[in-house]
Design a protein around this ligand. Structure first.
Ligand code: ADP
Length: 246
């Protein structure tokens, strides 16, 4: 079953120092799709992503997840209900891998047995062995394995929506390709709605159902499949941006 979509309606973010990261964004992420946000550095991709789980609060406009206004929910609960994966996964170094994956279920006070079963299931799902990798500490894993743990942790509470910010950026190219493929399988299987920031148009072409090309100020220059965007760029800006990758 596909889960909830995300909508942005006239969203603006002005940071306290006066920087307008996102001017007036209206965008709909469909349930069950992978949408990649691409564009040059500083164009507002991460700000857009982080407004969905309120790590950054919008200055004005409305964002909904599964039909509910994010500002109408307590930020902590909202964050627990949305998976979030970043480049440097931010695992707790002094806690074992299994405990890292169990972070959100523990906060939500799931019974121990349910949490343990879920952790085993998730580690297997992302291609790690619960008995081998679960008992290790993060520094005892490779970069790619740590990234898998980050994905498992983000999936722990069965979120309908995943936000990913350069999730595979720190993984070597070969490992990255495998992770991308495996994540796509997982995403289809779970019907997850995914918004992913990447600076890599190739990654977007491989993974995205639709690509949103941003220019400075979170201005949406084009929205379409990677093919549409590269074969029929809407304007010179998009043409220039995609030409760097061909
Ligand atoms: P991207 O992810 O596309 O690189 P960001 O969303 O990180 O872009 O940043 C968009 C703009 O907002 C940039 O000009 C950046 O410098 C600025 N910005 C990001 N975070 C902050 C902040 N906390 N305070 C002030 N300006 C910020």
């Amino acid at each position: 079953m596909d889960h909830g979509g995300i909508t942005f309606s006239h969203v603006r973010k002005e940071y306290p120092d006066g920087t307008v990261a996102v001017e007036d964004l209206t965008l709909e992420v469909r349930p069950g799709e992978i949408m990649c946000l691409v564009g040059p550095s500083g164009c507002g991709k991460s700000t857009t992503l982080r407004m969905v789980n309120r790590l950054v609060e919008p200055t004005s406009g409305t964002i909904t997840v599964d039909g509910a206004d994010v500002m109408s929910q307590p930020a902590v609960e909202l964050r627990r209900s949305i998976g979030y994966v970043i480049q440097h996964v931010g695992l707790l170094p002094h806690r074992r891998v299994a405990d890292n994956v169990a972070t959100v279920p523990s906060l939500m006070k799931w019974p121990k047995e349910r949490t343990a079963a879920r952790v085993d299931e998730l580690l297997s799902l992302v291609g790690l062995e619960p008995d081998v990798h679960g008992v290790r500490y993060p520094h005892e894993l490779s970069g790619g394995q740590r990234q898998r743990v980050g994905v498992a942790r983000a999936l722990a509470a069965e979120p309908p929506v995943m936000l990913m910010d350069e999730p595979f950026g720190a993984v070597d190219p070969q490992g990255r390709r495998r992770l991308q493929q495996e994540f796509m399988q997982l995403q289809r299987q779970l019907g997850l709605t995914v918004v992913m920031v990447t600076h890599d148009m190739r990654e977007a072409a491989l993974m995205a159902d639709r690509v949103a090309v941003f220019s400075t100020g979170g201005v949406l220059e084009q929205l379409g499949s990677a093919e549409e965007v590269s074969e029929s760029p809407a304007n010179e800006f998009v043409a220039d941006f995609v030409s760097d990758f061909s």
